[in-house]
Design a protein. Structure first.
Length: 248
């Protein structure tokens, strides 16, 4: 691996600080004269320059060459940009959001993006009790924190065939190829799956059924989820290392 400089690390923090710009609606972007789009484009360019500085281009050339011909990028920098986008947005941004949530919960604070009534901390009367709970099982604490406040709240997939669903009491047929969004944050609070879903409880027996990492992370069948996050173990390990530094 490579240790980046402080200036380069500051550049890479943009994958977290600019998170809202990645999902900002196109019409809203235009209303602010595409300022957000410009910032994201610069971030992507600066990230590629960091890759080039450390002479890591060969990795992406090898990766590109290993792909079936129809999936190869020309030029290879397109593949580098796409991979670094995933690493930046999901890896850096998602792991940072995870660490922020755990840090807030340890202080009995509700992150600003959450409504206060949606998280029940009644099992823990003080920050000291929260820290003790974390020390007992850091991984379970991190998983439960992200169950009730997932770093990524939803994801998008493509319908593989025409699909009929019920909307507002009427049957509606959605065509093959249409994009659909599934909401991880709602699935993680499904009362048919999780007992007392709004209660923060790292000891819950149903914890590994959460879809926080796009699949049931920790269940014996987690490999059955085709889009489960490939970096889930690394993400939890990094978040744990950061929080351990503060509380252990």
């Amino acid at each position: 691996g490579q240790w980046v400089t402080d200036d380069e690390a500051m550049i890479l923090t943009g994958w977290r600080s600019l998170a809202a710009m990645f999902v900002f609606p196109r019409i809203a972007q235009r209303m602010i004269f595409n300022i957000g789009v410009g910032k994201v484009k610069k971030l992507r360019k600066d990230t590629i320059q960091i890759v080039e500085k450390y002479s890591l281009q060969t990795l992406f050339m090898q990766m590109n060459a290993s792909l079936p011909v129809k999936y190869r990028r020309d030029p290879v920098v397109k593949l580098c940009d796409e991979v670094m986008y995933v690493i930046g947005f999901a890896g850096i941004g998602g792991t940072s959001a995870c660490s922020e949530t755990v840090s807030a919960f340890l202080q009995l604070k509700i992150p600003k993006e959450c409504a206060k009534e949606t998280i029940n901390f009644s099992n823990y009367e003080s920050a000291a009790a929260m820290v003790a709970c974390y020390r007992e099982d850091p991984v379970a604490y991190i998983k439960e924190s992200c169950r009730v406040n997932p770093p990524v709240t939803s994801a998008t997939s493509v319908l593989k065939e025409d699909t009929t669903i019920e909307m507002l009491g009427k049957e509606v047929t959605l065509p093959e190829g249409m994009l659909r969004q599934y909401t991880l944050s709602m699935a993680n609070r499904d009362p048919d799956v999780f007992e007392d879903p709004e209660l923060f409880n790292p000891q819950r027996g149903d914890l590994n059924k959460a879809f926080t990492w796009n699949g049931a992370f920790g269940m014996t069948n987690e490999a059955d989820y085709p889009r489960i996050c490939p970096g889930r173990n690394l993400s939890v390990s990094i978040a744990k290392a950061v929080i351990d530094r503060a509380v252990m």
